[in-house]
Design a protein around this ligand. Sequence first.
Ligand SMILES: C[S@@+](CC[C@H](N)C(=O)[O-])C[C@H]1O[C@@H](n2cnc3c(N)ncnc32)[C@H](O)[C@@H]1O
Length: 267
Amino acid sequence: MTDASSPPHLDQAGFERIRQRVHQATGHRLADTRLGVVAGRLHSRLQHHGLSSFEAYLELVDAQPGEQALLLSLLIARDTYFFREHRHFEHLLRWLAGIGHRPRLWSAACATGEEAWSLAMVADQGAPGGWEVLASDYDDCLLQQARTGLYDVNQARYFPPGWVSRYCLCGAEQTAGRLRIAAGLREGVRFENINLIRPLPEHLGAFDAILLRNLLAGFDERCKADVLLRLMPHLRPGGLLMIGHSESIHRLDLPLRPILPSVFERL
Ligand SMILES: C[S@@+](CC[C@H](N)C(=O)[O-])C[C@H]1O[C@@H](n2cnc3c(N)ncnc32)[C@H](O)[C@@H]1O
């Protein structure tokens, strides 16, 4: 008997099909041990469509292009918050003060935008003469949220003292309990859908710093190397690459030298 609150059985073949889809779309490799987690996370989609088997669900994913985006959104990590791994931002603030030109900065897997807006605030402080931030992700839904610049007021706890009042407005009426990123900051931030496992758009140009944080752990070594090699022409010599504190790229042969934990300088 099937309990409606637990997912139907996902067999190994079904799991492999899901894994392949996730890998082809994002470069992420779901570990062998994730079968139960995948079944649990996708259960809500089966319930939504009134389906009782993963086979039927996978047929539906094949038939309805929009469903794959929802599947991915349930399986790919998107957790983030303002000034996450704050030492990176502290370093950038000092570094930008000596840069001598208008910096271009890229949050290359920006999720719901907290990283990109944090970068913009740091740029505004460190390079008051002007700056540019590109915020990208492969997921349009996340980019849409990022663009709104609206966040729960609880996020204020991650901000350096005084920065909430400087860079955010407190919502009223429909947006009560929310922070809204102020207009002055919005002018410098551009959002774009970029899937890092595909060829990069030609117009990108070179950046002074690229934040590629908390997504590499999901890639195998080959995919990691491909993504990083694709980014290298877009990081100017002397520019900075920042990865997540728990991520590693030391086995890859790249024109980078480590200068701090998880911070690299382009040679
Ligand atoms: C855990 S979040 C990290 C967000 C932010 N960088 C941080 O460190 O807080 C990982 C993000 O990587 C994005 N991502 C995963 N694979 C990607 C790919 N192939 N191309 C672009 N973005 C990707 C996800 O959509 C998600 O928003």
